[in-house]
Design a protein around this ligand. Structure first.
Ligand SMILES: *[C@@H]1O[C@H](CO)[C@@H](O)[C@H](O)[C@H]1NC(C)=O
Ligand SMILES: *[C@@H]1O[C@H](CO)[C@@H](O)[C@H](O)[C@H]1NC(C)=O
Ligand SMILES: *[C@@H]1O[C@H](CO)[C@@H](O)[C@H](O)[C@H]1NC(C)=O
Ligand SMILES: *[C@@H]1O[C@H](CO)[C@@H](O)[C@H](O)[C@H]1NC(C)=O
Length: 389
């Protein structure tokens, strides 16, 4: 079972600068971290692209450009409509980035579930579901998910358009999965990250004076949580993972999407270009320890870097789990070879009952962080996504 993401790509080149960091944002949207890291983190390319034909839009129904009749068909499959209240015609700056990231994420999800449904329907190797009753049930659920994700994307783009902003356009995508089980485990992991990022989006809207959208995001969050209970059950986990789901921050979601799924250089502007300007893409953090169980243990990580031993020794690994204060641990056992740094950090999973999603990140500049936004502002490499139970 896939319990870490971003383990396959070792392609992110990061030259770490010694700039002091600005601390303080309570969410991941403020302060445009890319300014701080202008000469630091660089974008990474997914390593899966090489052997895979990228997924491209439009879908056969024309999505993301749909006629009224096609939209109605999507709504019927989704079992509901786009919100039909009067349009909001003004968004503050942070809120624009928030809806851009939501649209950017949702259209990736449309690509992923389109590919998955196609693979199941076509009985591709690894995607066959033997029982026809079960296959029908899974496809019925995933068809609804696909239509619902299409509406999430169209809704976010509609909000941007009403406020006079460009719509987010699709990029090309690859998926690091080659079987039904892996694809569902991955869906569970990226949905967990979305569930954490929507918390950050709600805080960002509040801070930006656009709190009227918070209930809408709450509605999407609950919807994605319903989906995740289904994915968890399919891979033999109990439906609800933890009492309080893990908080994330926008740069972690944006980095994970670009590190793992988006084919580098395929995102058209100008709208996407704005998003890329607002949010950083961190270097890839590989979680080398596999099948991580609920135990206090030392984990091994690796990153691609040209940094010196002394630089690496100054970094830490920070773990974000549930709604608890981030845990920052020193890096030990450093090995540098061939432009790759391998190192360990202690992960107190059992002591803190770190079930569900843990976001790990290589940070520098502080030995503790008060908030997830502070962690993001000090992150060099991440997110390394760890799932337990
Ligand atoms: C991604 O593509 C851009 C140009 O589109 C290039 O400048 C950059 O180096 C690429 N990044 C990687 C990691 O290949
Ligand atoms: C959707 O329509 C817009 C505007 O006509 C166009 O720029 C874009 O390329 C279309 N997208 C796709 C995926 O066909
Ligand atoms: C669908 O199958 C192709 C191989 O035929 C694979 O490359 C792709 O990752 C699969 N999609 C998903 C979502 O697993
Ligand atoms: C949001 O925009 C409105 C209208 O321009 C403005 O009055 C308000 O101060 C802004 N709020 C924040 C937090 O920037």
């Amino acid at each position: 079972m896939l319990n870490t993401l971003s383990s396959a790509a070792l392609l992110g080149a990061v030259a770490v600068s010694a700039n002091p960091l600005a601390y303080g944002p309570l969410n991941g949207w403020g302060g445009s971290p890319s300014n701080t890291w202008g000469s630091g983190a660089s974008s990474t390319v997914s390593s899966y692209g090489a052997s895979q034909t990228p997924f491209t839009f439009p879908l056969s129904n024309g999505f993301p450009n749909v006629s009224d009749a096609t939209l109605r068909g999507i709504e019927v499959t989704a079992q509901g409509t786009l919100p039909n209240g009067p349009p909001v015609t003004h968004l503050n700056t942070t809120s624009i980035t928030i809806f851009e990231l939501i649209a950017f994420n949702e259209i990736f999800e449309v690509a992923f579930f389109s590919s998955l449904i196609n693979n199941i329907t076509s009985n591709y190797d690894g995607y066959g579901i033997g029982s026809s009753v079960l296959k029908d049930y899974v496809l019925k659920a995933l068809d609804a998910v696909l239509a619902q994700e299409e509406l999430h994307h169209l809704g976010a783009n509609g909000i941007l358009a009403n406020a006079g902003q460009d719509k987010i356009q699709p990029c090309e995508y690859v998926f690091p999965t080659a079987s039904f089980d892996d694809a569902i485990a991955l869906a569970r992991t990226f949905t967990d990250l979305v569930l954490g990022t929507l918390q950050d989006a709600q805080a960002g809207l509040n801070g930006d004076g656009d709190g009227e959208f918070i209930p809408l995001l709450g509605a999407v969050q609950g919807q994605e949580g319903e989906q995740n209970g289904f994915y968890r059950e399919l891979i033999n986990l109990i439906p609800s993972s933890a009492p309080f789901l893990t908080r994330s921050a926008a740069p972690f979601a944006f980095s994970a999407l670009n590190q793992n799924f988006v084919v580098n250089g395929t995102c058209p502007g100008p709208a996407n270009a704005l998003l890329f300007k607002s949010l950083p893409i961190f270097g890839v953090l590989n979680v080398d320890t596999k099948n991580i169980a609920l135990a206090d243990q030392t984990l091994t990580f690796s990153v691609k870097t040209s940094s010196s031993y002394a630089d690496v020794a100054g970094w830490s690994v920070t773990f974000i789990n549930q709604q608890n204060v981030p845990v920052t641990k020193p890096i030990t056992n450093i090995k540098l070879a061939g432009g790759v740094a391998t190192f360990d950090a202690f992960f107190p999973a059992e002591t803190l009952l770190m079930n569900a999603l843990t976001i790990s990140a290589v940070t520098h500049g502080a030995s503790s962080f008060a908030s997830v936004g502070d962690v993001a502002a000090a992150t060099l490499f991440g997110p390394g996504l760890i799932e337990i139970n």
